[in-house]
Design a protein around this ligand. Structure first.
Ligand code: AMP
Ligand code: MG
Length: 488
């Protein structure tokens, strides 16, 4: 296969492949019978120094699917371990994905370019190495919506239909997603490195993570404890942001939690509609382990697994290392709560300085009534903007316990909430489950217009647009109890 730098005038690095041969298997994407570009993120392409018109051409599509390698790229499948639903798997790794390499973007940041659905690798176990159009478009639209909401996330550069039929419950159209991330280091990457027993590898991986994501650790007295602390903080921030917009990841296994603090691996994820901490959409999450309200606790559990992996670097004396790790992971709940509280103050338009004695009971009462009255989370918070300006009809209209909500409203209005502030953080448009399903169903029949219209709405989430009303409304009654399926 020819190697050219034409579609990607930028040169690729192969830093991970070079620095971590123990965790990278050189591999190639499988050939595709009839690749067709379904969606391209031109803005992101430009950020990476890639020319959108080249990417749309035949060579560009071959580049986006790993058929044509840019100069400097050494595609690899990355090894990692992970706890899946609490059970440990020592060898997961990229079973159907490849890291093409790293590029330096327009702002000087190193970004991974990665393929998902590019064929079986040595980590594929029983899997076929493939992905299908629906789940890849789903990752595309949800990740781009998250980015537009200001939430750290991997990004989506393109989805290409492969021209191959992929057997699932039925025959589905195959696809490859081209994903961009600040890295693909996961908690599971550290679990893998630790399990090899090679302390030098573990140390090099930690140094790599520090240099790519958490330079602050170099200022710490104990730099690896500094790294752990930085990941605890990044995850506390991330999960607080998820909770504030009602995002449910759905499969928070340790291999799906990044070191960078970006959201990764959009499988059975969904946005909550009626507020309820017990909300679960994933069909595989029968025990509700990854329910909306459990996400902070699970994040901390995952961070404890990271801490265990890092133990030998924290202190040569095991007991001392355990104490340091425990103390550090224990800061998660305070960090999380502070960030969630700060975010909730913005959502309610009240000053950050508002004392906890006033704010905590105000929020507790609001969440209780939202839950009891099964109120749509996103549209309710958005409706508080007009309420702060004196028009509370939309927000009042959704409560069964109206006197109770009115009492809450009076307490809140007495704090003089700032409507402009609120409208900068409370989105109008999120990728609502019924809209995502509708767009994916149309796309699987070859009609991409509904997908593009949804993408337009959710990538400009804070500005109301006339004509986009249906994107702001909760699911119709008939949509029923929604289930998401793992992105295989
Ligand atoms: P995920 O649930 O997407 O995070 O994937 C968990 C693990 O299963 C990872 O090691 C994936 O690479 C692997 N995997 C998922 N689907 C497939 C597939 N169709 N073929 C091969 N490996 C897969
Ligand atoms: Mg994964």
């Amino acid at each position: 296969m020819s190697v050219t730098s034409r579609p990607a005038a930028v040169s690729f690095e192969n830093r991970f492949a070079r620095e971590f041969p123990e965790m990278a298997v050189a591999w190639r994407a499988e050939e595709l019978p009839d690749p067709r570009l379904l969606v391209l993120n031109e803005t992101l392409g430009t950020e990476l120094g890639l020319d959108p018109s080249c990417l749309r051409g035949p060579e560009g599509v071959r580049f986006l699917t790993g058929q044509l390698l840019p100069s400097g790229s050494t595609p690899v499948a990355q090894a990692y371990a992970g706890h899946q639903f609490g059970g440990y798997s020592p060898r997961l790794g990229d079973g159907r994905a490849l890291l093409l390499g790293e590029v330096v973007d327009a702002t000087g940041h190193e970004r991974d370019v990665h393929l998902k659905g590019s064929g079986r690798t040595p980590f594929a176990r029983g899997g076929d190495g493939r992905a299908t159009v629906g789940p890849m478009l789903r990752e595309y639209v949800v990740s781009e919506a998250m980015h537009a909401l200001g939430i750290p996330t991997t990004r989506s550069l393109a989805v290409v239909a492969t021209g191959r039929s992929v057997p699932r419950e039925t025959l589905l159209r195959g696809a490859v997603l081209t994903r961009v991330a600040s890295s693909h280091l996961r908690v599971g990457s550290f679990q893998y490195a630790r399990a090899t027993g090679d302390l030098d590898l573990l140390r090099r991986l930690a140094e790599h993570a520090i240099s790519r994501h958490h330079a602050s650790a170099t200022q710490a007295e104990n730099r690896y404890l500094g790294l752990l602390q930085a990941v605890v903080e990044a995850q506390a921030e991330l999960v607080a942001r998820w909770m504030l917009v009602g995002f449910i990841h759905g499969v928070m296994n340790t291999d799906n939690m990044t070191i960078s603090g970006e959201t990764i691996d959009y499988g059975p994820c969904a946005f909550m509609e009626a507020f309820d901490p017990a909300t679960v959409y994933s069909s595989i999450d029968v025990g509700g382990r990854y329910a909306y309200g459990n996400q902070p606790v699970i994040a901390q559990w995952n961070l404890a697994r990271l801490a265990e992996a890092l133990l030998p670097l924290l202190d040569p004396q095991e007991e001392r290392a355990v104490d340091l790790a425990t103390e550090c992971v224990d800061t998660f709940s305070g960090q999380y709560h502070a960030r969630w509280s700060g975010g909730m103050k913005l959502k309610l338009g009240v000053p950050d300085s508002l004392e906890d004695e006033v704010f905590a009971p105000l929020v507790a009462e609001l969440l209780a009534v939202l839950q009891e009255d099964k109120v749509d989370h996103t549209s309710f918070f958005r409706s508080l903007g007009p309420a702060a300006r004196g028009d509370a009809e939309a927000s009042r209209g959704v409560f069964l316990q109206l006197p109770r909500f009115d009492a809450w409203l009076r307490r809140w209005l007495a704090l003089h909430p700032d409507a402009d502030l609120m409208e900068r953080v409370n989105p109008v448009y999120i990728p609502r489950n019924h809209l995502v399903e509708e767009a994916l169903a149309a796309a699987s029949d070859g009609h991409l217009d509904p997908f593009e219209a949804l993408l337009d709405a959710v990538t400009d989430p804070f500005h109301e647009h006339p004509g986009r009303e249906r994107y702001a409304a909760a699911a119709p009654e008939g949509f029923g109890s929604y289930r998401t399926f793992c992105g295989t």
